[in-house]
Write a protein that binds this ligand. Structure first.
Ligand SMILES: C[S@@+](CC[C@H](N)C(=O)[O-])C[C@H]1O[C@@H](n2cnc3c(N)ncnc32)[C@H](O)[C@@H]1O
Length: 353
């Protein structure tokens, strides 16, 4: 028996007590987002009664309420336990460590492809000084080093000492790379000292993206270029029969989980206000058809549980949402924007300060 089977839905709605046919279908709609057709509902009721999983109580004609029998309750509990086991096996229970998570994302097809797009848009030449703001564990430093070689320099900056340590370790054999502990709001770099700069899912986390853009504008030389790859979490669309449930899940992420959740769409405006020209914006939409690989990036179970704890979904809706994702054909999509921002050839670092 599967979650969406009419019989299973009927058993679920009777868990709290007897109901008659109309009330059962209203409860099914609340649970699954859809009503059963009259044929399916009465077919399910007849089969459940034949199997002695439900029984009719005394009542008037078709309005006779039905309730679970002891055998019916046992079957319901067994089915719910086994569905919960399937769901739990499908989703990652523990929060992954941050560096493992970043490496995992960088290794996906979409991760590799948008990072290559950022590199192409940077248009780095040998001899350039390239800056990676929020370089994390050094994910992209080797590719930048190869592009600036042999005479250029790569500066990786991150505010987290653990990331800096790891990035230094990973680039120890690359003399062009200099990894520094620092804050992108207050870059430890001279005015007009950098040719190319990138951010990769960093601006979504900073306290003040406009300040980071102003700082980047300050350190870029005339003719310099900044390429940003930042998500728009409001675009996270997960298929579910009741779109309100997946909207609530996404709303929790944008309200509570990511500080600057819609930074992707804001970048052309913010970069223009910081004095850049913005010639190119490329949307990169990741489409997930496999729930397991989506979960490794999107962490469905932990985020659904957090959404329930924060009141965005009821516990029951969160559990049904996860069951649906685990058992039914899966679809989710989210868009990240690659935004190119340029400093004019004749511009000065102080132009906007
Ligand atoms: C999502 S990670 C991305 C890391 C790396 N760019 C990548 O693609 O793997 C964001 C990084 O930005 C760093 N970060 C956040 N706020 C920062 C700030 N104000 N200054 C410098 N780094 C910052 C975090 O420590 C983290 O390493």
């Amino acid at each position: 028996m599967r979650t969406n089977d009419a019989q299973m839905l009927v058993l679920c709605t009777l868990a709290d007590g007897p109901l008659h046919g109309y009330a059962i279908n209203a409860a099914i709609e609340k649970l699954s987002g859809e009503r059963l057709g009259p044929g399916s509902l009465y077919g399910a009721l007849t089969r459940l009664e034949d199997k002695e999983l439900i029984e009719s109580l005394a009542g008037e004609g078709r309005q006779r309420p039905v309730r679970l029998t002891a055998k019916g309750r046992e079957v319901l509990e067994r089915e719910l336990r086994s569905m919960a086991e399937v769901t739990d096996r499908m989703f990652e229970a523990a929060v992954p460590d941050r560096i493992g998570y970043l490496d995992r994302l960088a290794g996906t097809d979409v991760g590799r492809s948008y990072k290559q797009l950022v590199l192409d848009e940077l248009d780095i030449r040998p001899g350039h000084t390239a800056l990676d703001m929020g370089c994390g564990p050094g994910t992209d430093l080797a590719a930048l080093a190869e592009a600036v070689t042999p005479s250029g320099t790569v500066i990786g900056i991150d505010a987290d000492p653990e990331m800096v340590d790891r990035a230094r370790g990973r680039t120890a054999d690359l003399p062009a790379v200099d990894v520094r502990l620092g804050d992108a709001h207050d870059l430890p770099l001279a005015d007009a000292s950098v040719d190319r700069a990138r951010t990769d899912r960093t601006l979504q986390h900073v306290t003040d993206p406009a300040q980071v853009l102003a700082e980047t504008r300050r350190v870029l030389r005339p003719g310099g270029r900044l390429v940003m790859a930042e998500p728009d979490w409001d675009s996270l669309a997960i298929d579910h029969p009741d779109p309100e449930v997946s909207r609530a899940y996404t709303r929790h992420i944008t309200d509570r989980i990511v500080r600057n959740a819609v930074i992707g769409r804001q970048l052309p405006r913010l970069a223009t206000e910081a004095g850049f020209a913005v010639p190119t914006v490329v949307p990169v939409t990741s489409v997930f058809r496999d729930v397991r690989s989506a979960d490794r990036i999107l962490g469905f179970q932990r985020n659904a549980e957090r959404a329930a704890a924060a009141g965005y979904l009821s516990e029951e809706a969160a559990r049904r949402f996860l069951d649906h994702l685990a058992e039914e054909p899966f679809f989710a999509a989210v868009t990240l924007y690659v935004v190119v921002a340029e400093v004019g050839e004749g511009a000065s670092a102080q132009a906007l300060s």
